[in-house]
Design a protein around this ligand. Structure first.
Ligand code: PLP
Length: 400
């Protein structure tokens, strides 16, 4: 009998989405005449842009003839795709070497797989509440986690504690689930802390495309010194509606070099290259051709039309919360609105209340960590008309 990886026994069962589905189905069955408005969606709903669809079709045609057929590609990704991404960084005022970019099938895989680069006795700092992948991927390989509290007192943007040493730091900004977004001064504190402590920041910028204020950092590399201490994960999922198409990229700068216990220098860039070459055979040619056009100026303009649509929904929700005096975070540089449950309700009470009273379905913050127990997440990925109707109902429910 094989010994199994018993770390899997330590994983917390994530009942969140199953429980939401269960309560929602039970309500619908009892009240078939009352249609629900779903503002819990964590997935995009708009179709791919025309320019992306055309690139996909063209790439399929390439595969149909021997002259333009593509078999195994470079594990790191095609140079043209990596250069297009470097160009996108450049236009946003950040310089990233195309050689430091690794194309993937999405940020979830890479944020999960990055644990392969590190030993198992590091102090690993993860914020609470959090995107569950960081916690579960560390638990799966037996790592201990130290939580840092994100809460109303720090506007859900915790800063480093200089009296505590840590080795790895997970940051997601703009954040899922809270929608909170660090400014440059705050991120600089993290970068300075990481440099002082020789720590590595694992920066998830999956929602960077939702940032509209040019003063807010869309990349950790907007901060001086970050290439010596940070890996950045990004994705086309929210930027270009690729949740089902699958493409992401990870930046692992060559500057990330640390001393091994033997005294030898180890480059995380080389390690990641070795890891990907061993365990990954590259993102599909067809998908990379589509990704390449996403990052052209025309592609980004088209994709931004969808993002603007979602942001209009987000603003409507945020404005409603402001009007009702409900404390909330996000909603401006993020598709998420994270609000404090009114009238002292906890997250699940709030879920039931919204479902029963106004047939609006959202996501209880309790599913993202201890600090979410009195918070609730709404998303702007629904359609505009439904969002308008949901907010009308919110006003009738909570107006004083
Ligand atoms: C959606 C999301 C991603 C993107 O994941 P993909 O695997 O690229 O679809 C990454 N991080 C966070 C926090 C997300 O919410």
């Amino acid at each position: 009998m094989p010994k199994l990886n018993e770390n899997y026994l330590k994983l917390e069962n994530n009942y969140l989405f199953a429980e939401i589905a269960h309560r929602t189905a039970a309500y619908s069955e009892a009240h078939p005449d009352k249609p629900l408005i779903r503002l819990g969606i964590g997935d995009v709903t708009k179709p791919l842009s025309d320019i992306v669809v055309k690139a996909l079709h063209d790439a399929v045609d390439d595969m149909a003839s021997a002259e333009s057929f593509h078999g195994y590609g470079p594990e790191q990704g095609y140079e043209a795709t990596r250069k297009a991404i470097a160009g996108y960084y450049e236009r946003n005022g950040v310089s990233v070497d195309a050689d430091d970019i690794f194309i993937s099938d999405g940020a979830k895989s890479d944020t999960g797989n990055i644990t392969d680069m590190f030993g198992h006795d590091n102090v690993i700092l993860i914020p609470d509440p959090v995107y569950p992948v960081y916690v579960d991927s560390n638990t799966m390989c037996g790592n201990q986690i130290t939580y840092i509290s994100a809460n109303a007192e720090n506007d859900f943007l915790p800063l480093p504690n200089h009296d505590q040493h840590v080795d790895l730091i997970y940051i997601c900004s703009p954040n899922n689930p809270t929608g909170a977004c660090y400014n440059k001064e705050q991120l600089k504190e993290w970068v300075d802390y990481a440099l002082e402590n020789e720590a590595v920041i694992l920066f998830d910028s999956a929602y960077e495309a939702f940032i509209s204020d040019p003063e807010l950092p869309r990349s950790i590399y907007a901060i001086e010194g970050a290439k010596k201490c940070a890996i950045e994960f990004c994705s086309l999922s929210k930027t270009a509606g690729f949740t089902g198409t699958r493409c992401g990229y990870t930046v692992v700068p060559k500057e990330l070099v640390f001393k091994a216990s033997t005294g030898e220098e180890m480059s995380i860039h080389n390690m990641w290259n070795r890891r990907q070459s061993t365990k990954y055979n590259g993102t599909a040619y067809i998908i990379q051709k589509a990704a390449e056009v996403v990052f052209s100026e025309e592609g980004i303009n088209e994709c931004n039309q969808n993002i603007e649509y979602y942001k209009k929904n987000a603003k409507l929700i945020a404005d409603t919360m402001t009007e009702l005096g409900i404390r909330f975070y996000g909603g401006h540089h993020s598709p998420y609105i994270w609000f404090e449950c009114p009238n002292g309700m906890d997250a699940w009470e709030c879920f039931d209340y919204l479902l029963n009273e106004i047939q609006v379905v959202g996501t209880p913050g309790a599913g993202f960590g201890e600090n979410g127990k009195n918070f609730f997440r709404l998303t702007s990925f629904g359609n505009y008309e439904n969002t308008v109707e949901a907010m009308k109902r919110f006003k009738s429910l909570f107006a004083k």
